[in-house]
Design a binder for this molecule. Structure first.
Ligand SMILES: [Ca+2]
Ligand SMILES: [Ca+2]
Ligand SMILES: [Ca+2]
Length: 425
């Protein structure tokens, strides 16, 4: 365009030069004649007019062009209205999503971010794993739970989940009651009663005693253990467990489930039936612990040979001295009996009869309860009945056996039991 304008202006300048007649006059030699010069001038003027016209046209074109360029911005904004149409085409994507399932999938993929947390279970699982953090908080609660497991285990020792080794394994501040212990003799925990405050066991006032025997015939729902027979009296009403008729011992064994113990604590309450004779069986036959060595009760652990725990001697009466009574019965009357060496000092001895014993059931004065002894008798003080407490020479896991013995049949003598309460620790 610039080049065209320069050409036009240079032509115009040429035309103006030709319009100066003086030039022609100066150059007479080349102006052959006025008519020719006139013809040339007319031609030049014609050219000039043409050029002017062209210039005007060009100028108009330029102005139009300028206007177009100024209006083009609107037209360009019009073309920028094309962008609106492009947004329209951006609305096409929605239509594309409509037609092509890909767009849906793209919105879907845009929804995929949601769906990714949603669809991919990993995010859930990650929340889950973020719940793992909860579980880690849980594990941080595990520190709690671990303290909790330590404290929880500590507090829950004795539950089925955390069975104790023994009642002695139960924290001392726990109440008495039923607890679970793991045993060596069963494949699953068993429930036992733990006495956590057995202050009556003088050899140890602390808790942790496991009850292995709990016979209380004053409870009408209880029955006699195997090996014993029910002795049911009506005057006064009294339920007891005696031995079968013949000479010998009624025996029952209480399991300790392999729990190790070194102390045995308990009490046994019985009655004098007819005419028992204390340690006469031993005195008479020099019986061993495994034999009938007493009219009364023998508490032992283990077998072949048995190991002595405690003996409950049923003496004849308080009317005499001799060897059918207790050494503690009548201090003023000489006791001539002997105590078996395997019994030593570990026994209670009492009689229910104030006078010479006959074929009666002495229901008024239970045996080995520490009460009812005649004046002058020390049998209710000796070894401080009713609770005995035996410290074993060494720990054991033996079951505990109770035997009710008599070297005569029950037509002559018996010591039927009302209560057997035995704990180990
Ligand atoms: Ca007798
Ligand atoms: Ca006897
Ligand atoms: Ca008594």
């Amino acid at each position: 365009m610039k080049f065209q304008l320069l050409m036009i202006f240079s032509l115009l300048g040429l035309g103006s030069a030709w319009n100066q007649p003086s030039t022609c006059y100066v150059r007479q030699s080349i102006c052959s004649s006025d008519s020719e010069i006139r013809g040339i001038r007319e031609t030049l003027v014609s050219i000039q007019e043409t050029l002017k016209s062209s210039l005007t046209s060009i100028s108009a074109s330029l102005q139009q062009l300028a206007q177009d360029t100024t209006t083009n911005p609107p037209t360009e904004s019009a073309t920028t209205t094309d962008p609106p149409t492009e947004p329209a085409t951006t609305t096409d994507p929605p239509t594309e999503p409509a037609t092509t399932t890909d767009p849906p999938t793209e919105p879907a993929t845009t929804t995929d971010p949601p769906t990714e947390p949603a669809t991919t279970t990993d995010p859930p699982t990650e929340p889950a794993t973020t719940t793992d953090p909860p579980t880690e908080p849980a594990t941080t609660t595990d520190p709690p739970t671990e303290p909790a497991t330590t404290t929880e285990m500590y507090l829950s020792i004795g539950t089925f989940e955390y069975p104790a080794i023994s009642c002695n394994d139960i924290p001392q501040d726990r109440p008495s009651g039923e607890y679970w212990i793991a045993t060596n003799t069963t494949s699953f925990p068993i429930q036992v009663y733990c006495d956590m405050n057995r202050t009556s066991c003088s050899c140890n006032t602390a808790g942790g005693w496991m009850r292995v025997a709990n016979l209380d015939m004053t409870d009408p729902n209880q029955n006699c253990p195997n090996g014993f027979i029910l002795v049911n009296r009506t005057t006064p009403p009294l339920r007891t467990c005696g031995r079968p008729g013949p000479i010998g011992c009624a025996s029952t064994t209480y399991p300790t489930y392999g729990v190790e113990y070194s102390r045995v604590c308990g009490r046994v309450i019985g009655y004098q039936d007819r005419i028992p004779n204390g340690f006469i069986p031993y005195i008479k036959y020099n019986s061993l612990l495994d034999d009938i060595y007493v009219d009364g009760v023998s508490l032992t652990h283990g077998q072949a040979p048995r190991q002595h725990i405690w003996t409950f001697v049923n003496a004849v009466d308080e009317s005499r001295g001799g060897n059918h009574v207790c050494f503690c019965t009548r201090p003023d009357l000489t006791y001539t009996g002997v105590v078996p060496p395997y019994v030593g000092q570990d026994y209670f001895c009492e009689t229910g009869s104030r006078q010479k014993a006959t074929g009666l059931f002495y229901a008024d004065d239970p045996l080995w309860d520490g009460q009812g002894c005649a004046s002058g008798s020390t049998c209710c003080e000796f070894n401080n009945p009713p609770w005995f407490c035996k410290q074993l020479p060494q720990p054991t896991t033996d079951d505990i056996e109770i035997r009710l013995c008599g070297d005569q049949d029950t037509g002559n003598e018996d010591s039927p039991l009302e209560l057997v309460d035995i704990y180990i620790r």
